[in-house]
Design a protein around this ligand. Structure first.
Ligand SMILES: C[C@@H]1O/C(=N\OC(=O)Nc2ccccc2)[C@@H](O)[C@H](O)[C@@H]1O
Length: 476
């Protein structure tokens, strides 16, 4: 009996183990059925709009906003949207929070106006987070807004309000669903496999429901896809990407959804990006000197204002809260490296925003109003990073976004070979002096009047300017 038991256990583990790729010479690619289906950046209009939008906002709103990080009198300093996990609350007890879901201050039009004033071009909304509570009246779950005192379709109200303001809507969707009895963290038995296949069908149905009910959605941002159960079902992640693209031509899909034949995530076993843009830069950014590889593909970063709070937490004193300037620098840093930035908001349970978030939206909006042309439609300039700040570029225009003015009063520029700086001016047209100091090196003067905050200088350049120059390299 023992032998049989061990045999079955070994077989079981063997059958449900993650497939491993054969090892090949480095230059040889392995054949994949569920790897990247495209090499290089997408060049269609829908992707161009995704890229040109550059600045987005995240909305993390769910039952977790009600307790706001506190459970049974204990405040947890972990991410508030994970409180169910920190406080070890059983799903049925957690979902009883639905009886209190009645955001009497919720006004979708006011949310959309706030986003418009902030200058975001898109908003990513948590349709369903890990807790399994749906902001839309899904017919595949009993844990939705329809079964709360609020009753109405919050997601539908938000999609209309944002779209009416000309703001694109993206859907955050957590595959991991703590409310669903068929969710599995791993597949270790036939029973696991049967249950999880039921779960994948349920998930397909919810995704088709979202795509059908809200056809103006421009993007699906998948999360909750790191468990072994998903990595062992790379085929399903490829199927979901294709299913949504068939239903909504042009829709964009993030890399975090995807796992290939061997469970490799984001980048397949041959190193190619899956999905339409990399979504690994969460609360961190690529280094502007060491990580220039990211300029080869589309990517989108997302960030929290406290150190790590996506959902509403009642006590922001528990961690460092970024100032508007620190948020702004991250936005510019992302665009300067060819990426998008999504700034997170965690609305209160009553449907209003906390004062810090309203002040942040206002401050960012004021800057974008004045300097947004160095963000929207801009990309990596390809020039060496300097200490005073960041370059962005749009066609022939190169922008200097200055965060750290030097005591020398000169902003040093090093241009690529064959590129000359012809003129430099503030965005109001006022010129600032440019002096060539060496081959491909210039000093740009700080403006006479201190801009009192991060500001932009627009450069007029001449590329492939040939001809000998007066400089001699040192003979070393
Ligand atoms: C945007 C955030 O996304 C999450 N998790 O993200 C990740 O786990 N990110 C991650 C994981 C591994 C590597 C890089 C990023 C969620 O758990 C969290 O509540 C929030 O919705």
């Amino acid at each position: 009996t023992l032998f049989i038991t061990v045999l079955f256990w070994v077989l079981g583990v063997e059958i449900f183990a993650q497939k491993q790729p054969q090892v090949l010479p480095a230059d040889q690619e392995i054949s994949l059925k569920y790897g990247a289906d495209r090499l290089g950046k997408r060049t269609d209009d829908a992707m161009r709009k995704f890229r040109d939008n550059r600045l987005g906002a995240f909305i993390h709103w769910g039952l977790y906003a009600i307790p706001g990080g506190e459970w049974n009198g204990k405040v947890y300093n972990g991410a508030a949207e994970w409180l169910k996990s920190w406080a070890k609350v059983p799903a049925d007890e957690w979902l009883k929070l639905m009886d209190q879901w009645n955001p009497e201050k919720f006004n979708a039009k006011a949310w959309a106006k706030m986003a418009k004033k902030m200058g975001v071009k898109y908003v990513k909304i948590t349709t369903k987070h890990h807790e399994g509570f749906c902001l839309w009246p899904s017919k595949y779950s009993k844990y939705t807004v329809a079964q709360t005192p609020y009753k109405k379709d919050i997601l539908g109200e938000l999609v209309k309000a944002y779209n009416d303001e000309g703001i694109d809507v993206h859907f955050y969707f957590s595959v991991m669903d703590w409310s669903h009895p068929d969710y599995r963290y791993d597949i270790k038995s036939e029973e696991d496999a049967v249950a999880f296949n039921r779960f994948l069908e349920f998930t397909d149905n919810q995704l088709k429901e979202l795509a059908t009910r809200y056809p103006t959605v421009k993007d699906f941002w998948f999360d909750g896809t790191w468990d072994a159960s998903i990595k062992k079902n790379g085929w399903w992640t490829a199927h979901v990407e294709q299913m949504l693209k068939d239903m909504l031509p042009g829709v964009t899909i993030n890399s975090r959804l995807r796992a290939d034949d061997y469970g490799k995530r984001h980048f397949d076993s041959n190193g190619h990006l899956m999905g339409d843009y990399e979504s690994g830069y969460e609360r961190r950014l690529p280094d502007p000197v060491k990580d220039l590889k990211v300029t080869r593909w589309d990517w989108e970063a997302c960030m929290t204002v406290p150190e790590n709070q996506w959902g509403y937490h009642k006590d922001w004193s528990l961690s460092y809260v970024k100032t508007p300037l620190e948020v702004l620098e991250r936005i510019v840093h992302a665009v300067a490296m060819g990426g998008n930035m999504v700034v997170n908001f965690g609305p209160q349970a009553d449907g209003d925003f906390r004062p810090e978030e309203k002040e942040l939206a206002d401050a960012i909006g004021k800057w974008m109003q004045k300097y947004g042309e160095c963000i929207y439609g801009c990309d990596y300039a390809g020039w060496d990073k300097q200490s005073w700040g960041y370059y962005t570029r749009k066609g022939k225009d190169v922008y200097m976004v200055v965060f750290n003015p030097p005591y020398s009063k000169h902003l040093v520029i090093k241009t690529p070979k064959g590129t000359k700086v012809v003129k430099a001016a503030l965005l109001d047209g006022k010129e600032v002096a440019v002096k060539e100091t060496a081959r491909n090196e210039y000093n740009v003067d700080m403006p006479a009047k201190d801009p009192e905050g991060p500001f932009v200088i627009k450069l007029q350049i001449e590329e492939n300017a040939g001809g000998a120059d007066k400089y001699r390299d040192a003979l070393t």
